[in-house]
Write a protein that binds this ligand. Sequence first.
Ligand code: SF4
Length: 399
Amino acid sequence: MATVAPLSYSSYRTYLECPLRWKFLYVDRLPEAPRGYFTFGRVIHTVLEALVRPLVVPSARRVSEAESQRTLDDWQSTAPPAPTEWMTREALLDYYERSWLSDGYGSAEEEARYRSLGRDLLSRYYDRIAEERPTPIAVEEHLEATWDGIPVHGYIDRIDRTQGGGLEIVDYKTSRELSHEDARDSDQLTLYQVLVERNYSEPVAGLTLYHLRSLKPLRAPPRAPTALSVLHERMGTVSDGIRSEAFEPTPGRHCARCDFRSRCPEFRTVPPSDETRLRDLVDRFEMLRAEEGRVALELKKTAQDLHRAAEQLGVHRVPGTRSVAVRRKEEAWKYSPEAVRPLLERVGRAHLLGSGSPEEIRRLLRDPSIDPETRRRLAEVGARRVRWYWELEEPDGGG
Ligand code: SF4
């Protein structure tokens, strides 16, 4: 059994998507190739942290003292020292340029496009925040907790004090699209609620995904206990999987952006020496599959023709060259308890009705303690389904 390090939201999501990829990342610590949109998101987060930090009034009371401040999950910031006072727009954009990283962009054009998007987005956000002047009590805060037996942690972009005296969790998003449903259903926000509730004495009053491209804060109320227990159960399953070292590959569309395909058994290639033998097997398998479908269709049609012809002649046994085809009957009854119960209640026998299964009703139809008239009416409320089918027998099988 492996010990389980505290689960972050991204670790939990990675395991759910593919346990083997989780192992490559969190056990083997294999690096992934940088991606431009992640680099962009990190730079924007760093600059926003520097912008908002001078507004922080750490007035909410921490329950635990195990606090540390870092920038983002598993990311070592290389940003230049941030100004400690409220920045002018020029200082903000200058800090942005000095914090810029070029890792992972597909081309110089792509990098230039993102860089200009970042300037525009920060400039507009600067106007907005200067108007709103939120009252954060923490930014980029690392919180840890044990959630009913499961160690969890996370980095929270911003925690604001609301006018009503509670706490609002704010998570910045640089993605293209975001909706109110995303805020309502986000497991990430659910986990952050748990982390804040276990580290602060004030209640969580709201959860927000802040869509930076549109400057829209998408707000959701705090999660109800049922939503918390659903996530707790799922995280418990992930935690158990990690503890028992269940690292099966789980292929899917996500494999397209997995950096570990060359190590993954799902993508292992056939050695050249076995290529011909295995290709022949695949070709044969494919041919039989096609044949199987055609045969199944033909079998069904022939059985229908035989049944029709035998019915017209009124015969139920039809000799062939090697076998005899014999007609068989399969009968099924269906009873609705709503129809059966009143009949039994009328004669004081409702206590005999249990599951209402066909077997049970058939027993009741034979039960001498129920009068014959009630039994006859019981039989009438059932829906009978008869299916005829044909079987082959030896010519002297006798049926
Ligand atoms: S290639 Fe797909 S199945 Fe293999 S480790 Fe990556 S995500 Fe998992």
